[in-house]
Design a protein around this ligand. Sequence first.
Ligand code: SAM
Length: 395
Amino acid sequence: MMNVMRHLRVPNKSVQDVIVLLKDNDLLHNGMRIFPDSDGKHRLIPLSKSAPYDLPSYFTEFEEVIQQGKPDERANESWWAYLSRMIGEDIVREHGESWPANHEFIGDIMIVRINEEISSYKEEIALSKMASHPKVRMVMEDRGVQGELRIRDLYPIALRKDSEIITREISEEMCDTRVLVRESGKSILCDPRRAYFSTKLQTERLETLRLAKELRSMLARPLRVCDPFCGVGPALATLLGETDLVGRMLASDLNPDAVELLLDNLRRWDRRDYPTEAKKISRLHEDRIVGVADATKLHEDPSISGAWDLLLVNLPHRTVDLLPTLVPLLDRTGTSMIRGRAIAAESEIEDVNEAIRKALPPRLQGTPEPTLRIKREYSSTLRLCSFEAWIGPAP
Ligand SMILES: C[S@@+](CC[C@H](N)C(=O)[O-])C[C@H]1O[C@@H](n2cnc3c(N)ncnc32)[C@H](O)[C@@H]1O
């Protein structure tokens, strides 16, 4: 059978990023292989049959080629095949949709959500997933994000140690969860058991980059960027990667562990000295304010309030409540922007839109009303959404 199909021709150095983005957008063809182009400098990545004719804007920099596809023989040895061999096809069929078809990679850690109905098969799930992903060092169960610091409750199920896989008595010392993740050409140090981090927000970060560039061309100068819920700093990694986009920058978080990881990251991304220990927010360089802080109190500091062009608000379950304490951070003498995320019940999105509009100053003339766009399901009724608000100068 001829398998002539669409491929994205991507420079070798960008392949890992593009794979994550394609997966995130359900655009990667699962049964076909990624293979080197004849020039040795690019790879051809197969696009899913349902990929729209017009791909999202961040893929348009890559050439699309129609080419004979190569079936991925390994795809047949998926984790399902291993699982079926281990527990029998009947049990696999019996629990149908309950099995975790998806997982998330954070470095060499695989994170899986396990439905209550099949929780007695945790070990078999982990062993099957590891067999089909030989580079995974550890499989951890994701028991959800918890508390104000939004840290995931992760529980180790299986660990590769030398040539063995251990599933029992995995001690704390064995579970090193500090990992480097590659994204948009940058290495992000994170530790999902100490600070929030999600690879699934990469598309979101690229959208923020596009909006920031629009704001920069409007202001005709580098931006003063304020990220008061910055975690380990992934949104800043993307923005700092663009030449002359970030002028002044504030990066803070309530979680000292996140700030410690952020400082390590900034040392690499910003190519300057940063301390190793997380301390209360302070000016570490003339144009860099970094440290531990409660975002809702920042506006009380006169050297911080009224000083920023772009404000990132990434604490989605509290966005609407917190906006009144965050808006004073914007410099209202010119145009500014708030880029945020919010969780809302699908049936109440219009009400939340209204609440956001009420909490914000008047929008910049000629720009659309801030409006939530659904990004993914958060639970059966709740949706994770994002929005941007262009704010006009105060009269
Ligand atoms: C959903 S995470 C987002 C982290 C980061 N922006 C990212 O995209 O990976 C929210 C972050 O807000 C921090 N946080 C929660 N309440 C806060 C507060 N009152 N002030 C500052 N940071 C807070 C948490 O510690 C967490 O790192």
